[in-house]
Ligand binder design. Structure first.
Ligand SMILES: [Zn+2]
Length: 410
């Protein structure tokens, strides 16, 4: 990383390590004039602004210094959180503030093309509702219920997303946005697993000090997200946390959507509980249907959720022993007292006391917005990371000076 770059100074400002020109000089060892010219690049881009006075938490008493801060309103992010039967789409400011939101039916099993078409239509309407120009969009973040190759922005062998395997989501989303939203040109499109993004958002929101954070999402499917030292842990090729398809020896005849028998998701997911409730004469379509039954205390739903919690707790005893998290968050449609009670019953019984001694078992703080919040944070952290910020600043400088012909290798 170039220590002297504008992107690096932006990083120091965004992280709170430096808030004034003097502090930037001290932290970087750069001269006053170099700091000034680097900051000019950031001002020209509209990425930072000056505000008067010290931060409220650190009053100095003397003359209030001019403080530099990241301008979270200079661009917007488009995000969508896809579930199996519905989706949420939103326009967010760079600090995660929701500017406009829509949620509606979207069947993920109808394939990526239909989903992308519908999402881009929603995005166009949402930008108008938020009063934001298509030119202000700096990136797109998508949360999906399946394993993801994040570098390629593709879903990989998803059990619940027929037609999505290897589909070029980034390229098709850029094409659809150009057709129905407009804007200056293709913007980065990032795709990530839903449990990973929820974990990322929740850890940043309320558990920043927790260096090992584990979130279990139990909705129509079951997945886990792990955040270690503030970063998503994706595993070797994006498959980390796909615990829904761990086989349980005690349920050899339960057929799973993935084609195997005995998976955790085949007996303890929202989909499995919906089927069990339907068989018991209580028609329930999906994980969100189970959530509705739980919210009115339907006795069969409560009993089944507690049993499902026990089954998940059995798997979590192993997961918690391996990861030693400080926080275990249970999120998704089934997350509620009956399910948590089941998890605790088996987790504490089967895991070594050492692994659970300081473990906090909690429920979601961000609720249904965790996926969107995580997707926006992922996009912003990627686009404004020092190296990426420098590349974008260089590209903008090139755009502003069309008379300068870039050097080529030809
Ligand atoms: Zn399975």
């Amino acid at each position: 990383m170039n220590q002297a770059s504008a992107g690096h100074l932006l990083g120091l400002i965004r992280s709170g390590q430096a808030a004034t020109r003097g502090e930037l000089q001290r932290v970087t060892g750069l001269s006053r004039s170099t700091v000034g010219s680097r900051l000019d690049q950031l001002f020209r881009a509209g990425w930072i602004r000056e505000v008067a006075g010290p931060p409220p938490e650190a009053p100095t008493g003397g003359r209030p210094a001019v403080r530099l801060e990241f301008d979270a309103s200079h661009a917007v992010v488009l995000c969508a959180d896809l579930e199996t039967r519905h989706a949420r789409a939103a326009v967010l400011a760079l600090d995660g503030t929701l500017l406009a939101e829509h949620s509606g039916a979207l069947l993920i099993n109808q394939g990526p093309r239909a989903a992308i078409d519908r999402l881009t239509r929603w995005f166009a309407e949402l930008l108008e509702k938020a009063g934001a120009s298509p030119d202000a969009v700096c990136g797109v973040g998508l949360s999906v219920p399946g394993p993801v190759d994040a570098a390629a922005a593709r879903v990989v062998q998803p059990p619940m997303m027929p037609g999505w395997d290897g589909y070029p989501v980034r390229e098709e989303m850029q094409r659809a946005l150009a057709a129905s939203v407009g804007g200056r040109g293709p913007v980065p499109v990032l795709v990530e697993n839903d449990a990973n993004l929820m974990a990322y958002a929740e850890q940043r929101h309320a558990y920043r000090d927790c260096s090992a954070f584990l979130l279990i999402k139990v909705s129509t499917g079951i997945g886990a997200g792990v955040v270690v030292d503030g970063e998503m842990y994706r595993g070797f090729d994006g498959g980390a946390g796909d615990i829904g398809h761990i086989r349980l020896s005690e349920h050899p005849h339960a057929l799973c959507r993935c084609g195997s028998y005995g998976c955790l998701a085949a007996v303890a997911s929202g989909r499995a509980l919906a089927e069990q409730l339907t068989a018991a004469g209580i028609p329930t379509a999906s994980g969100s249907g189970v959530r509705d039954q739980l919210s009115v205390g339907q006795p069969d739903a409560v009993r089944l959720a507690r049993e499902a919690g026990r089954l998940v707790g059995g798997v979590l005893a192993t997961v918690v022993t391996l990861l030693n998290p400080g926080v275990l968050m249970i999120a998704g449609d089934l997350a509620g007292p009956p399910f948590l009670t089941g998890v605790r019953e088996v987790l504490y019984q089967r895991a070594m006391p050492r692994a659970t001694a300081y473990l906090q078992v909690v429920t979601s703080r961000l609720g249904d917005h965790a996926g969107l919040t995580g997707a926006a944070a992922m996009v912003v952290e990627s686009l404004y990371a020092p190296d990426q910020a420098d590349l974008r600043l260089a590209a903008m400088a090139g755009e502003r000076r069309p008379d300068v012909i870039p050097a080529t290798n030809e």
